[in-house]
Design a protein around this ligand. Structure first.
Ligand SMILES: Cc1cc2nc3c(=O)[nH]c(=O)nc-3n(C[C@H](O)[C@H](O)[C@H](O)COP(=O)(O)OP(=O)(O)OC[C@H]3O[C@@H](n4cnc5c(N)ncnc54)[C@H](O)[C@@H]3O)c2cc1C
Ligand code: FES
Length: 265
């Protein structure tokens, strides 16, 4: 793990509330794995005091850059959105446990709800370069929140889209799309990131149908490195060392299906 001051190479709004931030961070980019995150100090002062966690949407080891795709939801993300190219941002990373990149079989399905698509792009890149067939299921409230669709297609992934209001793709939600997809396509491994309610459904579905997979969870975080317990979640069963709780920042954010309790809100 590194703590660095990373120059902002570029920072642009993709929509009024969605931003893409590109950082020069060679030490982190060289080591980071899909599914890991960085903990960002969003302002130069002490307000807010706590860093904010963001998944890595792009990991370019050779160029030494990282990309973060984020949505403005509150004070910290608002302040982050005001940072300019050329300024430096203090960040800790790479943090957490990322996605498994090896599974038996050749077909991986990646399911992203809204901004939950963020960590799935470097995952798709790794799976495609490992020779896997990748299908991406994207769901959001409406067309404007379907993110990175062309980027996934450009990698060679098959991309299916659903929106709540029918403005793009099939009308419906991403869980219905997944259920339909599973009825006529064999799937070897399933990955998901998005709202907790979506992850709870995917986790249950995977366990019920015997499809192995992983979910990337979110939690309010303090330290980001396993020291403060603010991100704890309950395990479904005690682990081999008798622990009943897991820390999302250091045991996760990626967990296997059935490993932790996910409470859909
Ligand atoms: C491992 C990890 C990876 C993440 N990756 C991304 C990403 O790639 N892109 C992205 O846009 N966001 C991501 N998030 C969520 C992001 O960290 C929060 O949106 C951000 O911290 C909110 O800060 P804020 O000060 O703007 O909002 P606050 O003012 O702190 O909160 C605003 C609202 O958002 C809710 N909220 C805040 N943090 C979280 C959270 N972690 N989970 C769920 N609800 C929250 C609060 O309850 C409140 O309702 C990630 C979170 C985690 C834990
Ligand atoms: S955020 Fe401190 S232990 Fe996870």
């Amino acid at each position: 793990m590194f703590q660095i001051s990373a120059p902002i190479r570029s920072h642009r709004a993709l929509r009024p509330d969605i931003f893409f931030l590109e950082l020069e961070a060679p030490s982190i980019a060289e080591k980071a794995q899909p599914g890991q995150f960085v903990h960002i100090k969003v302002s130069e002062g002490f307000d807010p005091l706590l860093r904010r966690p963001f998944s890595l949407h792009e990991i370019k080891g050779q160029e030494g850059t990282l990309g973060v795709l984020y949505q403005v939801v509150g004070k910290g993300t608002k302040l982050l959105s005001q940072r300019q190219a050329g300024e430096e941002i203090n960040l800790l990373g790479p943090l957490g446990k990322g996605f498994s990149l090896n599974f038996s079989g050749d077909h991986g399905v990646l399911l992203g709800g809204g901004i939950g698509v963020a960590p799935l792009f470097p995952l798709a890149e790794s799976l495609i370069s490992a020779g896997k067939k990748v299908t991406v299921l994207l769901g959001a409230r409406s067309e404007g929140l379907i993110l990175s669709r062309e980027k996934f297609s450009g990698l060679g992934c098959r991309v299916l889209v659903t929106t709540d209001d029918g403005s793009l793709g099939e009308k419906g939600n991403v869980i219905e799309l997944l259920k339909k997809y599973l009825t006529d396509h064999p799937v070897d491994f399933l990955y998901a990131c998005g709202p907790e309610i979506v992850l709870a459904h995917v986790d249950r579905l995977g366990v019920a149908r015997g499809i192995p997979g992983e979910v990337s969870l979110e939690a309010m975080m303090g330290c980001g490195v396993g020291a403060c317990l603010s991100c704890s979640c309950a395990r479904k069963d005690e682990n081999e060392t008798g622990k009943k709780y897991a820390k999302v920042c250091s045991d996760g954010p990626v967990f296997s299906f059935g490993e932790v309790q996910i409470h859909g809100r």
